[in-house]
Design a protein around this ligand. Structure first.
Ligand code: DC
Length: 233
């Protein structure tokens, strides 16, 4: 039986491993808030692209740092999509932030120290009362180092690429598997080698490999872990 105590659950891993799907299902089962922290990095990236601070993959780092106080991000729950959608300066940008042009630039933006400081601070505020499942790259290591449960989600590379391709195609974007693989590899490299809070698997994280598990099986594993943790706390 699950206890009443609302814990904090950090879900980290590489792009397209199924982190968000699992985190969202987990939050839904527990009645917790689900936050996709990657959406916030994507929101900052979209703002910079629209403002001409990123052109042809080249970032004007100093100008981006100066523009951060012009960016207001929050999430609004949409019952029709069952998603907390990202609002950037009053505009719902949930669709635009998922496009390949944003994906192509987001890891470079996420490597900027002041961008991370701003977003980590906002993420901590959102999760201040527990009862949250947040997915990202540095949730267990930096944002919520005291999270009661930390999951590290992995999946085989070819499965990640196919999932990403299917996701984009469902949004009307035509892309080849090779293009998807190139973007995933580039992002993996930048995310795990950047100086500021790189993606790492922290010691107290529990690995869930989603490659050959159905969504139901992944959720069952995660719920069992939640149950163990809540019984201990
Ligand atoms: O999870 P995602 O693919 O939507 O994340 C987009 C990018 O944002 C990803 O390349 C790395 C970065 N990111 C990050 O650095 N830290 C997080 N907590 C979440 C995402």
């Amino acid at each position: 039986m699950l206890s009443e105590k609302k814990i904090t659950i950090a879900v980290d891993g590489y792009s397209s491993c199924g982190k968000s799907t699992l985190a969202k299902a987990l939050a839904g089962s527990l009645g917790y808030l689900f936050i996709d922290s990657g959406a916030m990095y994507r929101g900052v990236t979209l703002y910079c692209m629209r403002s001409g601070l990123i052109e042809n993959g080249v970032l004007q780092k100093e100008a981006i740092e100066n523009a951060l106080n012009e960016i207001e991000l929050h999430f609004e729950y949409n019952p029709e999509t069952d998603i907390s959608e990202l609002i950037l300066n009053g505009e719902n940008v949930e669709h635009q932030i998922r496009m390949p042009n944003v994906a192509a630039n987001v890891s470079k933006v996420a490597a900027i120290k002041s961008v991370r400081h701003k977003l980590v601070e906002e993420q901590r505020k959102i999760g201040a009362n527990g009862g949250i499942v947040m997915d990202g790259r540095d949730i267990g290591s930096v944002v919520f180092p005291n999270a009661e449960l930390k999951l590290f989600v992995t999946a085989a590379p070819e499965i990640r690429a196919q999932r990403r391709k299917d996701e984009l195609e469902s949004k009307g974007v035509q892309i080849t598997l090779d293009e998807v693989i190139a973007n995933l590899m580039e992002r993996d490299l930048i995310d795990s080698t950047r100086e500021e809070s790189p993606l790492i698997q922290v010691e107290d994280a529990i690995v869930i490999d989603t490659s050959y598990l159905t969504r139901e099986e992944q959720l069952k594993q995660a719920l069992e872990l939640v149950n163990q943790v809540t019984l201990q706390n």
